[in-house]
Design a protein. Sequence first.
Length: 664
Amino acid sequence: MILRVWSTICAQNVYEFKCSGPKACNFQTTRLKNVSHTQKRKSKTTFNAYSVANGDVAVMKGWTGKILRVDLSREKSASQEFDADFALKFFGGRGFAAKLLWDETKRGVDPFSPENLLVFATGPLTGLPLPSSSKMVVAAKSPLTGGYGDGNLGSWAAVNLRKAGYDALVVTGTSRKPSYIAIVDGNVRIEDAKEYWGMGSFETERKLKEKHGKAVGVLEIGQGGENLVRYATVVSQEGRSGGRPGMGAVMGSKKLKAVVVEGKKEIPLADEKRLKELGVEGYQSVLSRSNYKFWKRQGTMSTVEWCQANCVLPTCNFRENVFDEAASISGEFMEKLKVTQKGCPNCNMTCGNVIEDIEGNQSELDYENVVMLGSNIGLGDLKKVAHLNRLADDYGLDTISLGNTIGFVMEASEKKLIKEKLEWGNHDDAKRLIEDTVRGEGVGKLAAKGTRAAAEEIGQGSSNWAMNVKGLEISAYDCHSAPGMALGFGTCSIGAHHKDAWVISWEISFGRESYGPEKVAKVLEFQRIRGGGFESLVTCRFPWIELGFELEWYPKFFEAATGVRTSVEEIYTLGDRVYSLIRAYWVREYGSRWSRTMDYPPPRWFKEAPSKGAQKGVKLDVQGYDRLLDEYYVRRGWDKNGIPRQTTLQKLGLADVAQTVGKT
Ligand code: PTT
Ligand code: SF4
């Protein structure tokens, strides 16, 4: 249904939509079906009370208001318009993706079936001339975890999607042959991708740009996605990679090699002049930060030294948390090898540090990549690590899950649980395993499934050191002696990722030993702003978390773009809504298999202490962790098993979800 004018009278929670008429659309959602030409609706919910700047009525701006739907099975596309209620409740990105997956995937859908949705969603700040604003969320039901999965990458494709007139692209169905979606010259076409199938991500993007011109944005998969490696990612611009829980594999299952987007339109803005002023001020403010210069030199890489100093550096499959060769994979060492710097569009913080690998090829390094393919597999040679990292980018494999899986296989080999011989720190062994993983050969067949499934297959207690939560491998922070960060991993919306609650830096300065409620409060605060706010406004969180760019900028950006006034507090509420919706999705998918143990970190952190460093002998305390979890559930309004209560869902404006999931 087309929304032309909307108004919000917050005091009574009355929403008025004036629509231009019913729309013929193949992709009906509940919302579309329910809206009539002019509809007044009383809402009893208490979700964010938005007020519209400059009066009660505003033309909807900031969003393009359209989702592009492509059904690969039927070879059809359609543009679907969404309404203000959807936009204001979910903003964009993760919020949109979670709602679409909830509404449109049937319980128990096979992630590799045509019925799974592959969502590429931007937000109201994406593509605008604002600091670090070229991000997009890619989401689907995950083949690695069986729950909600997403990732966030910066790309011209995100900017161009908005400038092509869409806030999101939703792909359903499965193509009969390899294909790619081309959104060019004002048309949407499904093109033959036979000549690109089997190519790595770098070559695919280069060839597609040769064909469609340099200005297009391209999202593609490598051979990892084609061959359904369960942690295959979507890649762009030779080094932007997103969708850790196998979004690239979902793309491969749909035989979709790439998406090519050209964008030439203006993004509709409520107050263009104000937005431009804020953009100039914002970029200047980023530049003026005291740690800006150091950030440009090292980006995330300085975290190696910090983690080593604080005994949280994953080493040999998280067995230890200090690495003897840390200095040779550190940020300082990287600076000596650095040849150039790369980054996402619209960003003046460009944080991708590029060095040459052992074969003389360029490889873009980040902290996570270097540690998971370095210390976590016992490898202390940065050029060799860079080589493995480049392979991961080209094949389109998530470096975090890959590094965990290599570490797991090396440990299984050491313990003689598998017949293959792989040694800690052996680059050739790691490289061979990566290639076997992509081809699905030998032990690579096991590795392609991730650590949870691999441990289930080889048994013999290996689940104790299969380092994942809900099937998603842990990112690069050891938590033997960091209970707050362990809770962040345990309760993260997609499985063990640091992206939502990276509390470890705060935790170590606050007091790592504590299992007190302040840890829960910090995890919640971060999940709300990082997991909800940044993922749904869809903008990079680095200006804020790394340089101290104040959160108060974002409501101002939002208002200039959309004309809708909001606040940091309301963005927190959005985060709560998105988190409870995603939790409901997990519970719906797992059914009777769901229990609070799904929110536990891996047993290794409780059972085996590291043998060296200042935190030698320290491990997590089970009772302490349970106390944290209880407190977390209470504060979230979830029951003792981590299932959202009906009252919580209703309060968050998710009454429809409460009917399916939710204990009173
Ligand atoms: C992200 C995860 C991370 S988090 C890293 S390094 W990091 C790894 N990067 C990989 C890579 O590179 N190649 C590869 N083949 N696999 C990789 N897996 C890992 O993926 C990324 C930056 C980074 S670098 C981080 S923290 C921040 N993440 C953000 C986020 O999640 N949300 C947000 N609003 N802003 C963010 N800003 C920062 O973006 P996933 P990118 Mg990535 C080469 O995708 O699935 O979210 O996992 O997108 O454009 O490369 O930027 O120390
Ligand atoms: Fe991309 Fe880094 Fe800039 Fe964020 S800070 S937008 S990850 S280049």
